[in-house]
Design a protein around this ligand. Structure first.
Ligand code: ATP
Length: 216
């Protein structure tokens, strides 16, 4: 359902990604594993359309989406959970979760209901400001926000990084429970051994290019 081929991406004068390919099947949960600076975040941002391909192609459900804007990709059902969480501190949990629906035609009430069913703890903190949450709680909110539009493909950038073990386990359980025939997931990780979730395939990345992923 997603096919990234021979991706090259420049950030300023740095070629952050140079010849990276990735195939994700429908309903598959795949890992993108590499050290810090390997290019994982850039690949994720490129799939979301935040950074642009300088060479290569990107297909979603067989359609070339290389030139499509971010909000249109979100409208196709692609959701992104950034490593840095990217919450707006002064907005509440609920407002943060609903942010992506501002730029898509998603039924915000229906999606919010789904998100709260998956993560009831978010409903319990819905009116708290994001700045008052712990780092792990913020990751949960960022996952909820990705889920509001990410009905077909979820891009999770190091979802367990810097999260205390109990919350990391909860995040892992939530992500595992999302597995379905309709939803594909790409999850990046800096160390394969830290992956707590069952993956169908792991793509390795080093210095912006594919490498064979090391076994955990
Ligand atoms: N804003 C930027 N300006 C210049 N170089 C950048 C910028 N962002 C990323 N890079 C470079 O691009 C390369 C890939 O970075 P990227 O953040 O994609 O890697 P990563 O695998 O996600 O690493 P991390 O786990 O540390 O986030 C690195 O060499 C990095 O230094």
């Amino acid at each position: 359902m997603l096919s990234l081929k021979d991706a090259h991406v420049k950030i300023g004068s740095v070629e952050a990604v140079r010849g990276c390919s990735l195939e994700v099947g429908a309903g598959a949960m795949v890992g993108l594993a590499g050290r810090n600076g390997a290019g994982k975040t850039t690949v994720m941002r490129t799939i979301m359309g935040i950074t642009k391909l300088t060479r290569g192609s990107l297909h979603f459900d067989g359609t070339d989406i290389t030139g499509l804007e971010v909000h249109k990709r979100a409208g196709l059902g692609i959701g992104y959970m950034p490593e840095t969480r990217g919450l707006i501190p002064d907005l509440t949990v609920e407002e943060n979760i609903l942010l992506p629906t501002w730029v898509t035609s998603a039924d915000s009430a229906a999606r919010l209901k789904v998100v709260y069913e998956i993560m009831p703890e978010l409903a319990n903190m819905s009116d708290r400001k994001a700045l008052l949450l712990s780092g792990g709680q913020q990751k949960m909110v960022a996952l909820g926000r990705a889920l509001t539009v990410g009905t077909r493909l979820l891009l999770l950038d190091e979802p367990f990084e810097g999260v205390a073990p109990a919350l990391a386990q909860r995040l892992s359980d939530v992500i595992s429970a999302l597995k379905s025939d309709d939803l594909s997931i790409v999850m990046s990780m800096s160390e394969l051994t830290h992956s707590q979730t069952q993956l169908d395939h792991v793509w390795g990345i080093e210095r912006g290019a594919n490498v064979v992923a090391e076994a955990a």
